[in-house]
Design a protein around this ligand. Structure first.
Ligand code: HEC
Length: 371
């Protein structure tokens, strides 16, 4: 008897798929017709709209999805567009979804994400505007880059996003010329403008900003150019463990101190470009849990470092030299979270450009082991 039940279940299954197919075919016809008859407002008839929404579901994740929403002027799908845009801001799909939101005067949805407490979400929404790169997106980005109520990662992301369009580059250059650029964005903006394809922008920025200098005071090329160079990983490893002092703060496969994050798998986490930024401008994006704290003591003394543990009575602060100090809470006047990384910002000064490239070559070989 069991096989009868099985066949019966199969038939019901077939039946429903056939019904689904028929429905899908009908929906597709409705959509075709609506596309041809441009006079009907999809949003005014729930049955039509349901057909369109069902059809759209079948095309989620394809370029057709945003295209249909746009052409049929389907309303009420803005949240889905936002999700799509933020899922991958650096893709055609993501950019189209974002463009459509702006076209529908829904910039406020993107802005709400930028206001998020979650920094990863906020910076993603900012970079979406950079990839859209049109006039409206640029206008939203301009004040963000200069708004000192925003966190440094958000302002840095805004400056990088502005660097994706000529309008944005010109704005950044003007801010630099007027002396209005916050000093903590010098590195980011110098990198953006020194990498401009417009000769006059590159020449002009050179009068105001310098890229970080290596040993012998030779300025480095912008990060985008550095990331294209390949180096000598073995020499990089030697530098990492000696002159470059990385080992004094980072563990690699069990060796080294633990002031900064373990770098044993950093090659699977960061792009080469991001690695150069981590070394040349550590405070641009401080890794989670590695923020610097300063404990101001009643005595007037200040102890800075990472907060490695906390009990009801004590706080343990680890210094840049990897020394842990236990401080009684009742001795602390104030505990301040700093926006400056414990990683020194001028490590490249002890190295040549080639040395730096070699160090990055080495750390990019540190990948997750796949067994
Ligand atoms: C005085 C300690 C110190 C030294 C020296 C140091 N770092 Fe760091 N590093 C840190 C700390 C703390 C962080 C985490 C805070 C941050 O992201 O800025 C960090 C972060 C990083 C990151 C980002 C890690 C991540 O998970 O995103 C990289 C990459 C890095 N360091 C590479 C290096 C290299 C390469 C050197 C040597 C040229 C070096 N560091 C030297 C303390 C140090």
């Amino acid at each position: 008897m069991r096989w009868i039940a099985a066949i019966f279940a199969l038939l019901v299954g077939l039946e429903t798929t056939r019904a689904d197919d028929a429905q899908a075919a009908k929906d597709a016809t409705i959509v075709e017709t609506l596309l041809r008859l441009k006079t009907i407002d999809v949003n005014s008839n729930q049955k039509l709209k349901d057909a369109v929404l069902r059809h759209l579901e079948l095309h989620r994740g394809t370029p057709k999805y945003v295209n249909l929403i746009d052409r049929l002027n389907v309303r009420g799908v803005e949240t889905a567009l936002l999700q799509l845009a933020l899922a991958d801001p650096a893709s055609t799909e993501g950019v189209h979804a974002g463009e459509l939101l702006l076209k529908r005067e829904q910039a406020k949805l993107i802005l709400a994400q930028i206001d998020s407490d979650d920094e990863a979400v906020a910076t993603k929404a900012v970079s979406l505007l950079g990839y859209i790169g049109n006039e409206e997106a640029t206008e939203i980005l301009k004040p963000l880059a200069l708004d000192n109520h925003r966190t440094r990662p958000v302002r840095t992301a805004a400056a990088n996003a502005l660097g994706r369009s000529r309008l944005g580059e010109r704005f950044l250059l003007r801010v630099v010329q007027d002396g209005r650029l916050p000093a903590d964005l010098n590195f980011t903006v110098a990198n953006v403008l020194y990498a401009s394809t417009d000769d006059s922008i590159r020449m002009e920025v050179a009068k105001y900003l310098k890229l970080p200098a290596t040993a012998g005071s030779k300025p480095l090329p912008p990060v985008s150019a550095l990331a294209k160079l390949s180096g000598d990983a073995a020499h990089g490893k030697e530098l990492f463990n000696t002159k470059a002092t990385c080992i004094k703060c980072h563990k690699v496969r069990g060796e080294g101190k633990e002031v900064g994050p373990d770098l044993s798998e950093i090659g699977s986490k960061l792009s080469r470009e991001a690695m150069f930024v981590s070394i040349l401008d550590p405070s641009a994006g401080i890794s989670h849990n590695y923020e610097t704290y300063s404990a101001i003591l009643d005595s007037g003394n200040i102890i800075s470092g990472l907060k490695v543990s906390e009990t009801d009575d004590n706080i343990t602060i680890r210094s840049a030299e990897s020394i842990d100090k236990v401080i009684a809470k009742n001795e602390i006047d104030e505990l301040i979270k700093s926006s400056i990384s414990l990683m020194p910002a001028d490590l490249q000064k002890t190295m040549s450009e080639k040395d730096l490239v070699d160090v990055v070559e080495f750390i990019s070989t540190l990948k997750k082991k796949t067994f």
